[in-house]
Design a protein around this ligand. Structure first.
Ligand SMILES: *Cc1c(COP(=O)(O)O)cnc(C)c1O
Length: 460
């Protein structure tokens, strides 16, 4: 067994926040109250929170200092111009439209581009992009290459889109029915896996050929760029900034959640070149988000995002960031816990159907694992499987499950140390040894969209 490399934090700790401890009995009662849905449990009852890496980053002293420089003018705040300059430098598009978070950017972009009956391909849509496409009566299509669904393939770029399928898809539907192509970097719903520059270029070429706009869902662009530097031939000597600039140079725009690779707790933006579309989006923005120089954010938030976008490109940071994820993966591998390989940029994705082979898909093994992990160890993770992504057959109501049944252990940026990750690995290894005791669940109440946030379940 190779020695497990423990990455050293490239920062020291200046402010701390205590984390709670609870008893198993308390956690069992909390789960029942919460309808066995860990989204419904108060955060001060969570010991290690790996629900998401979204908005959970620890900001730096530099970002907090920037917060004090917030200009809260309604229009034309200086922090907007700082953000605009920063985004233009990294992304290279001429318009920058701030939003309160990523899904707001998606909503205005899709409202501006997508009509009922249209088709929007991606490698794999994230749940909010899928919902924002579907709510408009359009079809969100996943066209990831086959490796994306193979948890054991060592392919270095499992986020890649299947470009042959993309071409055939556009031809079969007609380019007029495909208002844009999205590419999610890294591919969150497919294991946080990166997309190669080679693939980005090919997708771009096809989009140009059929005159279909090409947008990134760029939430984790820096992690994606770092993987390109590490894994793709010809990029080892380039800086992450240069790689990011090259990635974006092949597209027409991007949506971004600043809660991921902008190291901020809130924020997002759309950035694009098309002047007419930009005007349209700004009008949509004003209706629900705010004036185009603040887009639903305070001036101080714009500043934190602008500074975070620079910090996230620091290569010591990215080495540690991806190193932490690999470290958790190595510990789990040594303990025999099955997970999606190789580890991605922001999370380890446990293969819940292999972890709990006695629980069939309609009893939601991924969800069952999130419940067990909380009950046994106070750890919160998220299911990315049947509850989140099942589709219902129109007539019978029968559920069709996504290919992968995952539990994501998302690692917040700059928040937990190696000892926290050891605690998580130990808990999962222990749970794996006692997996026969974990029970499946049934859904007793669910909403129409994004049901995983509010559904209530019970154990069978
Ligand atoms: C988080 C996320 C979004 C949505 O961003 P929010 O800020 O949560 O609204 C969209 N796409 C991907 C890939 C994401 O990870």
């Amino acid at each position: 067994m190779a020695e497990i490399k423990e990455p050293m934090e490239p920062y020291r700790i200046k402010v701390i926040e205590p984390i709670p401890s609870t008893t198993r009995k308390e956690r069992d009662a909390l789960l029942r109250q919460a309808g066995f849905n860990v989204f419904q449990i108060a955060a001060d009852k969570i010991t290690i929170d790996l629900l998401t890496d979204s908005g959970t980053s620890a900001m730096s002293d530099n970002q907090w200092a920037g917060m004090m420089m917030g200009d809260e003018s309604y229009a034309g705040a200086r922090n907007f111009f700082h953000l605009e300059d920063t985004v233009k430098d990294i992304f290279g598009f001429s318009h920058v439209i701030p939003t309160h978070q990523g899904r707001a950017a998606e909503r205005i972009l899709f409202e501006g581009m997508v009509k009922k009956g249209d088709h929007v391909p991606s490698n794999i849509h994230f749940d909010t992009t899928r919902a924002n496409v579907e709510v408009l009566g359009a079809n969100a299509v996943d066209l990831a290459a086959p490796a994306a669904y193979d948890p054991d393939s060592p392919h270095p770029f499992k986020g890649d889109m299947d470009v042959d399928r993309l071409k055939k898809f556009i031809e079969s539907k007609g380019a007029k029915k495909v208002p844009l192509v999205m590419l999610t970097i890294t591919n969150n719903s497919g294991g946080g896996q990166p997309v190669s520059l080679k693939n980005i270029k090919e997708v771009s070429r096809i989009c140009r050929q059929y005159e279909v706009p090409f947008f990134f869902d760029a939430c984790r662009f820096a992690e994606n760029a770092f993987f390109i530097k590490k894994r793709e031939k010809g990029y080892a000597e380039k800086s992450v900034l240069e790689i990011a600039q090259e990635m974006f140079s092949y597209a027409d725009g991007a949506t971004m959640s600043a809660k991921k690779d902008a190291l901020a707790n809130i924020g997002g933006f759309v950035t694009l070149d098309d002047d007419a579309l930009s005007d349209k989006l700004k009008n949509l923005l004003i209706i629900s988000e705010g004036f185009p120089t603040y887009g639903g954010l305070a001036g101080r938030d714009l500043e934190a995002v602008a500074r975070g976008l620079r910090e996230v490109l620091d290569e010591d940071y990215l080495e540690h960031r991806t190193g932490q994820v690999a470290f958790l993966g190595d510990l789990l591998a040594a303990g025999g816990v099955p997970f999606f390989k190789p580890t991605g940029g922001h999370a380890v994705y446990v293969l819940a159907d292999r972890f709990l082979p006695h629980i069939l898909r309609h009893k939601y093994p991924g969800w069952a694992l999130t419940v067990a992990l909380y009950r046994e160890a106070g750890i919160r993770a998220v299911e990315i499987g049947g509850v989140m992504f099942a589709k219902k057959e129109r007539k019978s109501g029968k559920e069709i499950y996504p290919e992968l049944e995952l539990v994501r252990l998302a690692i917040p940026r700059r928040v937990y140390t190696a000892s926290h990750l050891r605690y998580v690995a130990d808990a999962l290894i222990e749970l794996h040894a006692n997996r026969d005791k974990v029970r499946g669940l049934r859904i007793v109440r669910e909403p129409l969209f994004l049901r995983h946030f509010t559904a209530r379940l019970e154990e069978i």
